[in-house]
Design a binder for this molecule. Structure first.
Ligand SMILES: *[C@@H]1O[C@H](CO)[C@@H](O)[C@H](O)[C@H]1NC(C)=O
Ligand SMILES: *[C@@H]1O[C@H](CO)[C@@H](O)[C@H](O)[C@H]1NC(C)=O
Ligand SMILES: *[C@@H]1O[C@H](CO)[C@@H](O)[C@H](O)[C@H]1NC(C)=O
Ligand SMILES: *[C@@H]1O[C@H](CO)[C@@H](O)[C@H](O)[C@H]1NC(C)=O
Length: 484
């Protein structure tokens, strides 16, 4: 009881402090992942306004994109920046490279009026089974070097290092038997010891959707939070949802290494809305709302009652139409908002229902469709090519555009390609089979998109001004040389 009241007092204090210092109300530990693998990117300023408007006080990035970080400056929003797996080998051997990364990608954004960078993610799921161990030996050495670079920059107290792990790092049939994969035991021991020494949490990504998608025997209701007719019995403990079961499996694995109290952050969790039968709006809303309720209630799990995870980052903020579809056609549809910042369903993150992005700049209301007067028997190659560049995943089985007919399919593919090409008229030719229309061809839930305008207009503007300024300087200087 004493512990609980200290916790409440200190969290109230932290909330008040954040409110006063940053002007952002952080009422919950709910954050979002902001990925940028999209051909139709909102400007970073629009995205940051969307976060503010929805009082989302924490954001996780997958890299250290300068435009995103600049837009986050002064917002008070807590930021996790990421080091891609491909860079770990370099940082594991070179302290000068890690020094440079910290100065270019962390230090320069910090300070008064800067970005509120709280975490650096060293790699992203580097122990994923499908990587066959190619990154795993670099993780701890890279962390040690980055930590030293942070210390040199006087940031070791402010910025914490973490390693977001996929839940496939540990295995078990029941939560109480959880353990890290045997080949990871030594690395995990070093990693968790390091985290513990530096006051960092363990970050894990948990995906009940994938459990359901990959395993037809997985009890449907166990993926959600409304109770289950197939609860998991584990000695005296009963689990009614996959999230709690997975969380406690991790706690068991950490306990086996001697760290039963290690704080846990959920780095990614969510539910996609398109591209597969179980990926739909109803399921995504039920899952995410159930998750948020579960987390905000602080009811905890059987192995950690009364304490939720420290923070939870939803996957994801926006749809990303340029992601690889290797995991499945749903992969481009994880957003709680569509690519253009429109809420897909009503969801309450603890601050009222989601609010749409404002001042989104669309291309003109124009679409490219199959010309109805043409014989389309020769269209197959155009269709394939268009869909190899643009996103056509909603056409597949279980997708929102599956069932719009053959002609509908072709129009959809043509339009996706046309929007990808920013409505360049030549991108709607398709040897005379395409045609621009001003009538929205969307049918039912199947939306034919209109792209958003170039995301870095403002940056381009600055670059332009910069270029002109330099040009003027050169002219002026040559002039001076000439007259002298
Ligand atoms: C900073 O991060 C960006 C984006 O991840 C990366 O491209 C760049 O190489 C990094 N800078 C250094 C010095 O490593
Ligand atoms: C949506 O997904 C849920 C969860 O997998 C599934 O039970 C349901 O049948 C799906 N709904 C539709 C309309 O496909
Ligand atoms: C439309 O395209 C999808 C994806 O390629 C395919 O599964 C479906 O059968 C097509 N529909 C028709 C009527 O051709
Ligand atoms: C933003 O601008 C840069 C340089 O002008 C360009 O390389 C990049 O592709 C642009 N990004 C997007 C999303 O348009």
């Amino acid at each position: 009881m004493k512990m609980a009241s200290t916790r409440i007092t200190s969290s109230v204090y932290i909330i008040v402090l954040l409110y006063v210092s940053a002007g952002v109300v952080v009422e919950s530990g709910i954050g979002v992942n902001w990925g940028t693998l999209s051909a139709h990117r909102l400007s970073p300023e629009t995205v940051v306004n969307l976060l503010k408007e929805n009082k989302i006080g924490k954001v996780k990035l997958f890299d250290a994109d300068p435009t995103s970080l600049r837009a986050l400056m002064g917002s008070g929003i807590e930021v996790m920046v990421g080091i891609p797996n491909e860079m770990l080998a370099l940082f594991s051997t070179s302290t000068s490279a890690s020094d440079l990364w910290v100065s270019q990608n962390v230090s320069r954004y910090m300070g008064k009026g800067g970005a509120n960078i709280k975490y650096v993610a060293v790699g992203n799921e580097p122990f994923l089974t499908s990587y066959s161990g190619q990154f795993q030996s670099y993780v701890v050495p890279a962390m040690i070097n980055i930590q030293q670079s942070l210390a040199k920059a006087n940031l070791a107290g402010t910025v914490k290092l973490v390693v977001p792990c996929n839940a496939d790092a540990y295995v078990s049939n029941v939560p109480s038997q959880g353990a890290f994969r045997p080949e990871l035991t030594q690395i995990m021991t070093q990693l968790v010891t390091f985290l513990n020494t530096n006051g960092s949490p363990f970050v894990v990504n948990i995906y009940p959707f994938l459990s359901l998608y990959q395993n037809t025997d997985f009890p449907q209701d166990y993926a959600f939070f409304e109770g289950s007719t197939h609860p998991l019995m584990d000695g005296p403990n009963v689990y009614y949802n996959a999230f709690d079961g997975n969380f406690d499996t991790l706690i068991s694995a950490l306990s086996k290494l001697g760290f039963p109290q290690m704080p846990i952050v959920i780095g990614e969790i969510g539910w996609p809305t398109d591209g597969a039968v179980s990926a739909n709006i109803t399921a995504a809303k039920a899952f995410n709302q159930g998750l948020v309720k579960n987390v905000l209630s602080n009811k905890g799990t059987p192995l950690r009652p009364g304490v939720g995870p420290m923070d939870v980052y939803l996957f994801s903020l926006l749809d990303e139409g340029a992601k690889s579809v290797l995991p499945g056609n749903f992969e481009r549809h994880w957003g709680i908002f569509s690519f253009d910042g429109q809420a897909k369903y009503s969801l309450n993150l603890g601050n009222g229902l989601l609010r749409n992005a404002k001042e989104v700049e669309y291309l003109p209301s124009r679409w490219c469709v199959a010309n109805p007067t043409r014989d389309l028997s020769t269209v197959a190659n155009h269709f394939k090519l268009a869909c190899s560049y643009a996103d056509c995943t909603t056409l597949n089985y279980g997708g929102s555009c599956n069932g719009i007919g053959e002609k509908g399919n072709i129009s959809y593919a043509f339009n996706s390609y046309y929007q990808l090409q920013k409505q360049n008229p030549r991108s709607c030719e398709f040897d005379g089979l395409g045609m621009v229309t001003f009538l929205d061809p969307s049918v039912g839930d199947c939306r034919f998109l209109v792209g958003v305008t170039d995301s870095n207009k403002s940056l381009g503007f600055c670059l332009n001004i910069g270029k002109r300024f330099i040009l003027a300087l050169i002219i002026f200087w040559s002039f001076c040389l000439f007259v002298m």
